[in-house]
Design a protein. Structure first.
Length: 176
């Protein structure tokens, strides 16, 4: 079975930076353990990086969320903690300037994975967006989200995002 783990935007700015929140910090160990498990089983691990430029505040997203974050080259753009320690230069990564990544969609479709698992932040924005793209790229494959490895700064939105993902046939596991 060909499997891939997608670590979505587990970057400093979303964990301890301007968009950080306590639930994101709590995910560090479980995401690191998940990466270790995939590597141990010989499965692929890939990463997305929310990526903006200095002109962020002039973009549509910047006008709607006027908090500069994940500026390419800044410390906030880098992966956080134990997840950063597990990143290998040989890992596939996707820099994205919006919530979802069309490059990721094309990569998944081209590689025809049997299983795609998503972890990371923020559940109701980038995790949800990329889960939709994974399901679009691979409609017959298992797409799953580990609820113990994703979070939002708003618990209501987190639960609603998990509900929406389940409604589009993304399997949500480890939901409390």
């Amino acid at each position: 079975m060909k499997k891939i783990l997608l670590v979505i935007d587990y970057q400093n700015d979303f964990v301890k930076g301007p968009l950080g929140f306590s639930k994101a910090v709590e995910l560090e160990d479980t995401i690191a353990e998940k990466i270790d498990l995939y590597r141990k089983n010989g499965d692929e691990v890939a990463f997305t990086f929310d990526t903006h430029n200095e002109d962020y505040l002039t973009t549509q997203e910047g006008r709607n969320l006027p908090i500069p974050h994940c500026i390419k080259g800044s410390d906030g753009w880098n992966l956080y903690g134990k997840v950063a320690e597990r990143y290998l230069k040989t890992d596939v990564s996707f820099e994205k300037n919006s919530f979802g990544s069309t490059e990721l969609l094309n990569y998944l479709a081209k590689n025809n994975y049997d299983s795609v698992e998503l972890v990371g932040v923020v559940s109701n924005i980038c995790v949800l967006s990329n889960a939709v793209l994974a399901k679009t790229a691979l409609p017959e494959s298992l797409v799953l989200v580990d609820a113990s490895c994703t979070a939002s700064n708003d618990e209501k939105l987190n639960e609603e995002a998990l509900d929406i993902m389940e409604s589009i046939q993304v399997k949500v596991i480890n939901r409390a």
